[in-house]
Design a binder for this molecule. Structure first.
Ligand code: GLC
Length: 547
């Protein structure tokens, strides 16, 4: 197929626990997603990426999986999942699932079996079990640190209550790393992929992929002068982005290639450069990869232009499409990020920067940023609630926080719950149509009354209607469907590019600028009256049709 769907798709991330609750449990579920399919179809998305929905003790919001071939009862059943896949297809929407393969849950039968087995047994070879160092084995096997903070090893107890071996966990202690050097682990995941592809899923988002390969012998990491775990700034890390990871990616690709109908993989890989990232999308590996450099880029034209150029240049040799993403379930929502005059690079958790946050400014920029993301060639991922312009909820009380990042950092990092608050759908008080109970798993702010989907529906100027309009224009105008892209010379605070018959202009400055081109206005993010005078307002975007 010459132009598979995933090269240009708009993909909507559903965090199922917070999307829509059909049974009054206070947590979202699959039937809640089914009920909102008409909303998603009207929004114009091509696919849903559903964050993990498998049985899980929820030590890390479902990224600790205890059974890869089932659905957590809080979300429903396999039959509900099948119904969702079928009903979504009838709306022209594909389903992409989330595969967490670096680690499982400590409650997975594989890990329980390994714990019950003896050191050196084949059952323990599914994981990284090692003896501790020192006379009593009470020093961890090496100095690796966890992505969530603290040491990446936990000591087990033997059945007689004595101290046993240690096991490795790149993330929380409840998430033991699987040993991908072991052929039986590889086979198990081939089967898991086939289980879901057979059920009709169109794609797989591969979680935490660079963690899956480790340097042989698990040598100590040289953290001296290094930014700790920060994988985005470090190339020779012995527990991240180790080259034989690509063998595993090729194996997965062979599985997806067994299937018809353009099944795709999107890799979550935060690595040290666009060139390293591009290696994951070589023709026999993953189809696409998230673009974290774009997500981390501050609202500033020079940086964004560099990121866009580097993204396209690094992917070009492999023919892979770019992807663009501004928010997901791991980062501070971008209305809040962009509400600071300057933004810091911060992938996880709440931005430590104490600059005041101006939500009106953040919202204005978020509108323009959505048009940047949707105006670029390639595929787009956006996160539930960003189409409603939701800000991060930074004042959740400590008692309700659930993110392991909060606990493992000893409370110094408040974690990611602030971007995971249940969506406001309708009505004027919490739970805003999310559920029939007010006891939602995280509380919603009262101010969300103005941001419900219902409140935005009939407001032409709402964020929701901007997303709808931009997605529909992206689909219908020739220039935005192809992969053509060319920068147009512009002033210091402006970015402008042409894609066939469409020109997209973005003003990052504090005063209006003259538009470099005239034509029919397709979409404008704000201050439409200025565009009529040939001007583009501060922090505004416009798409112009030119012939
Ligand atoms: C990915 C997920 C994140 C999770 C981590 C461990 O980064 O997006 O939510 O905590 O992997 O699975």
């Amino acid at each position: 197929m010459t132009n598979p769907w995933w090269r240009t798709a708009v993909i909507y991330e559903v965090y199922p626990r917070s999307f829509a609750d059909s049974n009054g449990s206070g947590e979202g579920d699959i039937n809640g997603i089914r009920a909102k399919l008409p909303y998603l179809a009207a929004l114009g998305v091509d696919a849903l990426w559903i964050a993990p929905w498998y049985p899980s003790p929820m030590a890390d919001g479902g990224y600790d999986v205890s059974d890869y071939c089932n659905i957590d009862p809080r979300y429903g059943t396999l039959e509900d999942a099948d119904a969702l896949i079928a009903e979504a297809a009838s709306h022209g929407i594909r389903i992409v699932i989330d595969l967490v393969a670096n680690h499982c849950s400590i409650q997975h039968a594989w890990f329980q079996r390994a714990l019950a087995a003896a050191p050196g047994s084949p059952e323990r070879e599914w994981f990284y079990f090692r003896d501790g160092l020192g006379e009593n084995g009470d020093t961890p096997p090496n100095n690796w640190i966890s992505n969530f903070g603290g040491i990446a090893w936990t000591r087990t107890k033997n059945s007689d209550g004595t101290d046993g071996q240690w096991y490795l966990h790149t993330f929380a202690p409840e998430q033991p790393d699987l040993n991908w050097n072991n052929e039986v682990v590889q086979q198990a995941f081939d089967d898991i992929l086939r289980f879901w592809f057979d059920r009709g899923v169109a794609g797989v988002r591969a979680d935490a992929v660079p963690a899956m390969a480790k340097v042989d012998g698990l040598p100590d990491a040289d953290y001296e002068g290094k930014p700790g775990f920060r994988s985005s700034e470090w190339t020779d890390n012995p527990h991240w982005d180790v080259p034989h990871i690509h063998e595993y990616m090729r194996r997965w690709r062979r599985v997806s290639d067994e299937y018809s109908g353009d099944r795709m993989f999107v890799t979550e890989a935060v690595v040290s450069s666009p060139e390293r990232l591009a290696l994951y999308v070589r023709p026999d590996e993953m189809h696409t990869s998230f673009n974290f450099d774009f997500l981390l880029g501050s609202w500033e034209p020079k940086t964004l232009r560099e990121v866009i150029d580097q993204t396209m240049d690094s992917l070009a040799p492999y023919g892979a499409p770019s992807t663009w993403v501004l928010s997901n379930h791991d980062v501070t929502r971008h209305v809040t990020r962009f509400g600071r005059k300057r933004q810091q690079k911060q992938l996880f958790g709440i931005d430590a920067d104490d600059q005041p946050i101006d939500i009106a400014l953040g919202t204005r920029r978020a509108r323009a940023a959505a048009m940047l993301m949707l105006g670029l060639p390639g595929s787009v991922y956006f996160y539930q609630g960003e189409e409603l312009g939701l800000p991060n909820v930074d004042d959740l009380p400590d008692e309700v926080l659930q993110d392991p990042m909060f606990f493992q950092s000893g409370g110094t990092n408040r974690g990611r719950d602030g971007c995971r608050v249940p969506l406001p759908w309708s009505g004027s008080v919490a739970p805003f149509g999310f559920s029939s109970t007010t006891a939602t798993w995280l509380p919603q702010p009262a101010e969300w009354e103005a941001l419900t989907a219902e409140a935005q529906e009939s407001d032409e100027a709402s964020m929701l209607n901007l997303y709808r309009r931009a997605i529909s224009v992206r689909r219908s105008v020739a220039g935005l469907q192809g992969e053509d892209f060319e920068w147009i010379p512009s002033g210091e605070f402006v970015l402008a590019f042409r894609r066939g018959d469409v020109t997209c202009v973005f003003n990052f400055g504090e005063i209006p600028v003259e538009l470099p081109i005239a034509g029919e206005v397709l979409v404008v993010s704000a201050d439409a009256h200025l565009v009529e005078q040939g001007l583009l307002g501060s922090d505004c975007a416009v798409w112009i049709h030119t012939v």
